[in-house]
Every structure is written in structure tokens, then in C-alpha cells.
Write a protein that binds this ligand. Structure first.
Ligand code: ADP
Ligand code: MG
Length: 302
């Protein structure tokens, strides 16, 4: 198997009595955008801090691009990161801030303007950081994380607090980076902010991984149903009865029945309705939204 971008096994972090991350195991392949989602307090930042070698796990192990996380010096030159909002000098311009970081990191200063253009701040580079909108600040933070030309970019809640257009700008930027071959690991407490761009997903709930895998797989887990609406409402009970006889459960909802079945059952459903003398006005397979699936998987079950 190819070296994963991130691999953790049985990773745990305890703060006193608080188990912030509990026996987490997941792999993230290289070359993807991976969403890292879970409600506030579910352990995202703690996990990211362990991945970056900022704090030590209580148990378990992990590796970044094949190098163990207890030796961050071996991989940090390949990783760009931004945790919980960037920190810059407010009175310096965006460009000056980047140049300062580039100097410290021994990175050619010419890269700074290039990066400003990449994050769509090319014409605002000379303006003071304190005049930037929150979205511009986040994008400057991403530019700073990109200074070492990393293979892997780890971003903690870069869309937090942004308005919809700011969120869209960050999304567009992440997709652009991914298309250039950067692996992106990005957290959010809102799946809706990441579901459109994530090819891969890791979901946390109370420190535990409740899902890790391709986005497609999660879509398949959301429960499919079929809505069938007879043309006359008085045949509703009879339609439900006919469906129940097939072994699928039909629930009557106002003017239609909802059937626990995937879309492959639609043909048979149409046939039994027809044979029972019922004309269907609507026959529609539906799938729970990803957001509903997310809430089911991450909701508090206590
Ligand atoms: P998230 O980033 O998903 O919001 P965090 O990783 O910040 O979650 O927090 C997970 C849990 O660990 C929370 O209950 C939080 O209060 C606790 N926690 C995080 N950092 C610390 C710390 N430095 N000391 C004590 N508890 C902490
Ligand atoms: Mg956090």
C-alpha cells in the first residue's frame, strides 16, 4: 500500500479525567482533501496538536507521511499547518508578515508575492493586516502555512466564523491546492462547510472516530427510502398493505407512503400498485441528507 498522508492507531489523549481523544484509529491517503469533522469539544484540535508533535499522546501511535509523530523533526518540513486562526502583526502588511516568516524559515522571499496571488490577496499584499476581513486573514494564514511548499496541509477550522462567501473562497482555495497535488486535512464542526469538497472524511464524536473513509461510503450509509404517492388519497391504506406484504415497511405520511427500501425496489412497487388498481402520481427514491447522517452518527446518545 502507498504511504498514507496520516495514519494513527489507538491514539488517545487524557487531560486529567477528560479523555479528549479516545482510541482513535484512521488513515488518510495522500492526494486527497480529507474533512475532519465533529461537534465542538469532540477532540479535533487535540488530535491535530498530536499530529504536529505539539503535545504527546497518552497512548497510541501515529505517522505523518510514513514518519512517526514522536519525531516531528523528521516530517514537519513537509507539513504546513494553521491551528485556530493565524497570528500576525496587525500593523504590518500581509506581504511584510509573510516575508518575516519566510526569513525565519530560510525560504526565498520571492515566494511571498506568489503565495499572496495564489490565495487571491495579490492586490492587497501592501495593506496592513489589521484592515483585512476575517476571510482574508484566514487566507493569509493558509499562505503562511504554504511557505515551506508542504506535501500535507493541516488546517484547524479555517472556515470558522466566516460568512458564506468567505467560506466559499476558502473552499475554492483548498480545491485549487488539492488539484496541484497538496494533500489537505481540514477540520470543521460543521459537515456542511466541508461536504462539497471532501473526498475523504474522518468523523469524531466525544473523542472517538465514528467514521473514517471515502465520502462515497458515507453517502451509501445514509438510509435510502422511497416515497410513493397514489393519485387518490383513499387508496393510501391499501397501497401500504400491498407494500407490507412484500416484507418492506411502509409508513403513511400525509398523502404518501414512505417505504424502507432502496431505489431498486421502485420497479416492483410500481408493478404491485398497478396490479392492485392503484395509479401512482409520484414514485421517488430519497436519501437522508449527509447532515442528517452526520447528526445521527455524532449525536449524544446518553
Ligand atoms: P474540538 O477541537 O473538537 O472542539 P478539543 O480537542 O479542543 O475539541 O477538545 C476536546 C476535549 O478536550 C474538550 O472536552 C476540551 O475541553 C478538552 N481539552 C482540550 N484541551 C485541553 C487542555 N489543554 N486541558 C484540559 N482539557 C482540554
Ligand atoms: Mg478545535
Amino acid at each position: 500500500m502507498d504511504t498514507p498522508a496520516i495514519s494513527v492507531s489507538n491514539l488517545s489523549k487524557k487531560y486529567g479525567d477528560v479523555l479528549a481523544v479516545n482510541d482513535a484509529s484512521f488513515d488518510v491517503p495522500l492526494g486527497t482533501i480529507c474533512g475532519f469533522v465533529g461537534p465542538n469539544g469532540s477532540g479535533k484540535t487535540t488530535t491535530i496538536r498530536m499530529l504536529l508533535g505539539l503535545i504527546k499522546p497518552t497512548h497510541g501511535s501515529g505517522s505523518i507521511i510514513g514518519k512517526p509523530i514522536n519525531h516531528p523533526d523528521k516530517y514537519l518540513h513537509e507539513v504546513g499547518a494553521m491551528i485556530e486562526g493565524p497570528a500576525f502583526y496587525p500593523a504590518l502588511s500581509g506581504l511584510e508578515n509573510l516575508k518575516l516568516l519566510a526569513k525565519l524559515g530560510g525560504i526565498p522571499l520571492s515566494r511571498c508575492q506568489e503565495l499572496l496571488e495564489l490565495v487571491d490577496l495579490g492586490d492587497r499584499g501592501k495593506d496592513k493586516y489589521k484592515t483585512y476581513s476575517l476571510g482574508m486573514k484566514q487566507r493569509l494564514g493558509i499562505a503562511a502555512a504554504l511557505l515551506p511548499n508542504p506535501k500535507l496541509l493541516i488546517l484547524d477550522e479555517p472556515t470558522n466564523g466566516l460568512d458564506p462567501s468567505g467560506i466559499q473562497e476558502v473552499r475554492d482555495l483548498l480545491e485549487k491546492l488539492a488539484s496541484e497535488g497538496v494533500t489537505v486535512f481540514v477540520s470543521s464542526h460543521l459537515l456542511s462547510e466541508l461536504e462539497m469538497i471532501s473526498k475523504y472524511l474522518v468523523m469524531l464524536r466525544k473523542g472517538e472516530v465514528v467514521f473514517a473513509g471515502p465520502m462515497q461510503e458515507l453517502l451509501h450509509r445514509s438510509k435510502p427510502t422511497i416515497i410513493a404517492k397514489p393519485s387518490t388519497i383513499n387508496s393510501l391504506n391499501y397501497l401500504a398493505e400491498l407494500i407490507n406484504k412484500t416484507g418492506h415497511q411502509a409508513i403513511i405520511e400525509s398523502d404518501h407512503v414512505r417505504v424502507d427500501a432502496d431505489e431498486s425496489f421502485a420497479v416492483q412497487l410500481n408493478k404491485i400498485a398497478f396490479e392492485g388498481g392503484i395509479v401512482l402520481a409520484q414514485l421517488t427514491p430519497v436519501r437522508a441528507s449527509l447532515e442528517e447522517t452526520f447528526f445521527k452518527m455524532t449525536e449524544d446518545s446518553e
